[in-house]
Ligand binder design. Structure first.
Ligand code: BGC
Length: 427
């Protein structure tokens, strides 16, 4: 492997100012086309049937957070004035290698929802003495007709459980609760995780109109102030991971071809944690003439990027462990630069989509505001948050009034706020 090839590979993940600007402009175009219902838009622009909270919601609610490899059930008390308390939290993985797997194409909806019902029962400590109003953060593209009715359009993030696509997810949940003798828990609202993050951010702070997830998956929603397809004001889940007016390189193409759904979720496959490690692995396969599948995760990328040792020993050990190949210090340096290029590209693409939303909402001179973001990549991946903020300044002007803010755990709080909206405050 010569270093020149690696330099070319790193360059293939570069994104200059002009390309960044183009992505932002075509993203805005697709937002507006999507709102008009034009077939050509790659953004689903899904209605959420919820607006922003007042900040004064009160009462005890159940929140279910289902959207990644861990499912969580929480009992939350909203205290108004942007305050809340988590009274109980239960979290379990949906997949434990060699033990159980509720997310593969072998898994059935009934088993998945029975498992989730069990987690909810733990969150209420098997209490049957009162009725619980449940808000459900369901982080997959869903077609809604009201706050309760959300049908899964398609699985993403490589989920593939049978019997869920096309179904009303809250019906599947309600049936499982009844099957398991937990009839006092009433699913009342379903929201996307981006919507949950936006609601949570807006509950605590004024001037939050955009919510986003930058984690295993990626997506963004915003408060649509204008008419169009949505009756204003309503939060719109853009399903921005599906955006496809974006140049891909041959590693992106390879990854797409090997994924559960080739041709779909183009942007998500370039930016989200579920795919960053895999992209890195595909590049290394080419660089080192190997064919090792799924060797790297985004946690490995994070590990590679945080190695500040002189001889890059952690990078070299990690490559040796995963690929049984010994790399020189110089090569380890190049691999670190490749990992950085992947992460920086990811953050710049996401920043371009935020700029597209902000131009759509407010034109070229946006007011002071915060974009609420939740997710492990934004929170923990070296370079991600800084590259995102820098690209936002490049796009919106150096003195930009737009900041990003971590809304940690927004999925649970947002679900409780959606439940309050469906069942009424002080439930
Ligand atoms: C889903 C979105 C979700 C995002 C973040 C994507 O794969 O399609 O609905 O918001 O992941 O979890």
């Amino acid at each position: 492997m010569d270093e020149k090839n690696l330099d070319d590979m790193i360059a293939a993940f570069g994104l200059d100012a002009a390309e960044l600007h183009n992505i932002a402009a075509s993203f805005r175009y697709d937002i507006e086309a999507g709102l008009r219902g034009d077939e050509g838009s790659s953004l689903r622009m899904l209605k959420s049937y919820v607006g922003l909270p007042s900040g004064d919601e009160r009462g005890e609610y159940l929140a279910l957070d289902f959207g990644g490899t861990n499912v969580r059930a929480l009992r939350i008390r909203l205290d108004g004035e942007g305050k809340f308390e988590i009274l109980k939290k239960v979290a379990k993985p949906l997949y434990v290698p060699g033990i159980y797997d509720f997310i593969s194409s072998e898994a059935e909806a009934t088993d998945l929802f029975d498992f989730i019902a069990g987690i909810i029962d733990e969150a209420i400590e098997e209490d049957r003495s009162r009725t619980y109003c449940l808000g459900h953060t369901f982080s997959f593209p869903s077609e809604q007709t009201d706050l309760y009715n959300a049908k899964l359009i398609v699985w993403t993030k490589e989920f593939a459980t049978r019997g869920v696509v096309g179904e009303v997810v809250n019906d599947l949940l309600a049936q499982a609760l009844v099957r398991n003798g937990i009839s006092n828990v009433k699913p009342a609202a379903v929201i996307n995780d981006t919507v949950a993050v936006l609601l949570a951010g807006a509950y605590k702070k004024n001037s939050v109109y955009v919510g986003s997830i930058y984690a295993t998956g990626h997506n963004t929603c915003y408060l649509e102030p204008y008419g169009g397809q949505a009756k204003a004001p309503m939060v719109i889940n853009m399903e921005s991971g599906g955006f496809d007016k974006i140049q891909i390189n041959r590693y992106d193409h390879l990854l797409d071809q090997r994924s559960e759904m080739p041709g779909q979720q183009r942007l998500e496959k370039m930016v989200a944690g579920r795919y960053l490690g895999e992209l890195f692995g595909l590049c290394l396969n080419e660089a080192l003439s190997l064919s090792v599948d799924g060797a790297f995760s985004s946690v490995d990328l994070s590990e590679i990027l945080s190695d500040e040792s002189q001889d890059l020993i952690r990078v070299r050990n990690l490559v040796q462990q995963h690929l049984q190949v010994i790399v020189s210090e110089a090569m380890a340096g190049k691999l670190q630069a490749l990992a950085k290029a992947l992460v920086v590209r990811s953050a710049r693409i996401i920043a371009a989509t935020y700029a597209g939303v902000i131009w759509h909402r407010e034109g070229n001179c946006p007011g002071r505001q915060h974009i609420a973001i939740d997710g492990s990549v934004y929170e923990k991946m070296p370079y991600a948050a800084a590259a995102l903020q820098k690209a936002l300044s490049e796009l919106l002007g150096g003195e930009t009034a737009v900041d990003t803010v971590l809304e940690n755990g927004g999925s649970g709080l947002g679900a409780a706020l959606a439940a309050a909206s469906a069942c009424g405050s002080e439930a």
